[in-house]
Design a protein around this ligand. Structure first.
Ligand code: BEZ
Ligand code: FE
Length: 297
């Protein structure tokens, strides 16, 4: 088709892509082209703005490496990751979702840790946290043998891969639920933290006068063959930024009860000060068990 004006470009592109044998590729690419063209028409995109956009995308790629994923960060910061997560979990709004975005900091091969063990692998000052969690099926029956990855930022708001002062794999661990569906561990209370702002996404946030912080949370990835992999986060209930998470990850179901405990016999002898506890129950649905691509190595 010879293009004679702006109005015929979209049709020409859709026609050119229409013979793709992969039906899903056809559907997704046609919708992408329709929406992208409609977007350019709606905002009457200028050539200068087009150049800025392409440069932004190129720099996202250039800023991505084995230990940093700027592409995911961009998707997170514009709410796209959470949208995809909510579309694919919680039956599209029919039930309260237990899922939250993966984020850019999950690593494969977290250290296998026995229940009751600590994920603090190098000195990490901060309030001690004991987490006692359960995994059950939708009928409340305990699920045994679920492998649960846990990862979190330190009380100064840094993941170990961002912070040379922490040991490799500090504040990461892989647990297995027991016959009652329980797993439990010792850690430190996580703190809120700014997402990395040294790249193009940071520029965007500053231009939009947005703060870069996430409210404090623990991450969980629960995996068991025959069950839909559950990726989620449990947020600290006293965090002042629950309503303004820069990546829109907080849903009401995911606000945990992190209880400050004082004046009680501490659960472990080295504790004299106050400590925190978290009790939380996860529900997994039957479905496909598959791991996401790790955003970093
Ligand atoms: C995280 O929770 O680890 C995270 C999520 C999105 C962007 C940055 C960090
Ligand atoms: Fe996080």
């Amino acid at each position: 088709m010879i293009i004679d004006s702006e109005s015929s470009v979209t049709r020409a592109v859709l026609d050119a892509m229409a013979a793709a044998p992969n039906e899903r590729l056809r559907e997704v690419m046609a919708a992408l082209v329709r929406h992208a063209h409609a977007f350019a028409r709606e905002v009457q995109l200028t050539e200068e703005e087009f150049d800025i956009g392409i440069d932004f995308l190129n720099r996202i790629g250039q800023a991505t490496n084995d230990s940093h994923n700027e592409g995911i960060l961009f998707s997170d910061a514009v709410g796209f990751s959470t949208l995809v997560c909510l579309l694919n979990n919680g039956q599209n709004g029919a039930s309260e979702t237990a899922s939250a975005l993966l984020g850019p900091f999950w690593r494969m091969n977290s250290p296998v840790t026995g229940n009751g063990g600590s994920i603090v692998r190098s000195p990490t000052p901060g309030p001690v946290l004991f987490a006692d969690c359960r995994v059950s099926d939708p009928h409340g029956q305990p699920l045994a043998g679920v492998e649960v990855d846990v990862w979190q930022a330190s009380p100064i708001g840094m993941y170990e891969n961002q912070d040379d002062s922490q040991a490799d794999m500090n504040l990461r661990g892989k647990f297995t639920t027991d016959a009652e569906g329980r797993f439990w561990f010792r850690s430190v209370k996580p703190a809120g933290y700014p997402v990395p702002t040294g790249g193009p996404v940071g520029e965007l946030l500053r231009a939009q006068r947005r703060h870069p912080y996430r409210p404090a949370h623990l991450h969980f990835l629960a995996f068991k063959p025959g069950w839909k992999t559950l990726i989620t986060q449990v947020f600290v209930d006293d965090d002042e930024r629950l309503e303004t998470d820069v990546v829109f990850g907080v849903t009401s179901h995911l606000i945990g009860n992190y209880r400050k405990r004082t004046g009680e016999a501490p659960p472990e002898p080295d504790l004299t000060d106050e400590w925190y506890s978290l009790d939380y129950g996860f529900v997994m649905e039957p479905g496909e068990a598959k791991l996401p691509n790790p955003p970093i190595k």
